[in-house]
Design a protein around this ligand. Structure first.
Ligand code: KIV
Length: 288
């Protein structure tokens, strides 16, 4: 049976019935297909793609054009899950109008069904309201917001003191009131998140935030493709990166040893064809 398209209404139903929402990132056709085939509810074209697939040092380095290119590739792969695209740093900062124009580009050019915007400053909330007013569904993102990590003191957990937890809670309420249909909370202690969830009507998707209405992880982190130490909230479900390196190492070794290509990797033909070519080339060399 073909799974039915995930809609905002379906997400609200899942949250209401206590069925966890599954969200994962994707950045190209292949990772989009993995997400589609795995049956997740939401695919996020995250600006984490800056580091994960484009090799930038941080999320602020990725451009709108780069994000659009990634999003278009994911769109070609994803049918059933809801497709959400991150609004990258620099594509909304100038004005509400810029934020709406950027969001419309994601919808028009990449088929985004919603966008995600980080933060809850007065300017961010104004952008969020403007995008929602334009008819584009928005996911908010509070707690650790990597685009402004420098101002937050680095990539570190948020809401760990009473004052900071109150700040995160205020941000969450403000994002909901500005019109977001769901909220990502990143790197916040789970007991703080439970309190916040009690006060919210919209589904909360956690990353490093304990139990919530759903979870999101970077696909390349959970598959073990990214190198180095992962944040504590990442669970590695596979070690695909090692398997990929092993595969290419074996290919390199067999190529160098002459074990690849083997007869089964070649197109079959008859001795007659090779003889015809040999004769033709012989004639050519005699002409010189
Ligand atoms: O860019 C991203 O991958 C994200 C998720 C981690 C929530 O924003």
């Amino acid at each position: 049976m073909t799974p039915s398209k995930v809609t905002l209404r379906r997400l609200r139903e899942l949250a209401a019935e206590g069925t966890p929402i599954v969200m994962v990132t994707a950045y190209d056709f292949a990772s989009g297909r993995v997400a589609e085939r795995a049956g997740v509810d939401i695919v996020l074209v995250g600006d984490s793609g800056a580091q994960v697939v484009l090799g930038h040092p941080d999320t602020t380095s990725v451009t709108l054009d780069e994000m659009l290119m990634l999003a278009k590739a994911v769109r070609r792969a994803v049918r059933t899950p809801l497709l959400v695209c991150d609004l990258p740093f620099g594509s909304t900062e100038v004005s509400d109008e810029q934020a709406v124009t950027t969001s419309v580009r994601f919808v028009h050019e990449a088929g985004a069904e919603a966008v995600k915007i980080e933060g809850a400053s007065p300017a961010r909330l104004s952008r969020l309201r403007a995008i929602v007013d334009a008819g584009i569904p928005v996911v908010g993102h509070v707690g650790l917001t990597p685009q402004t990590a420098t101002a937050l003191g680095g990539l570190r957990a948020q809401g760990r003191t009473p004052d900071d937890a109150i700040r995160v809670a205020g941000d969450a309420l403000a994002v909901q009131d500005a019109g977001a249909f769901a909220l990502v909370i990143e790197a916040v202690p789970s007991d703080v998140v439970s309190e916040i969830r009690r006060a919210l009507r919209i589904p909360v998707i956690g990353i490093g935030a304990g139990t919530a209405d759903g979870q999101v992880l970077v696909q390349h982190d959970l598959l073990g493709i990214t190198e180095g130490r992962a944040p504590v909230f990442v669970k590695r479900y596979a070690t695909i990166g090692d398997a990929m390196v092993e595969g290419v190492e074996t290919y390199a070794r067999e190529g160098r040893e002459g074990a690849f290509p083997a007869p089964e990797n070649e197109y079959p033909t008859s001795a007659e064809v090779a003889a015809a070519v040999r004769e033709f080339l012989g004639t050519q060399s005699r002409r010189k």
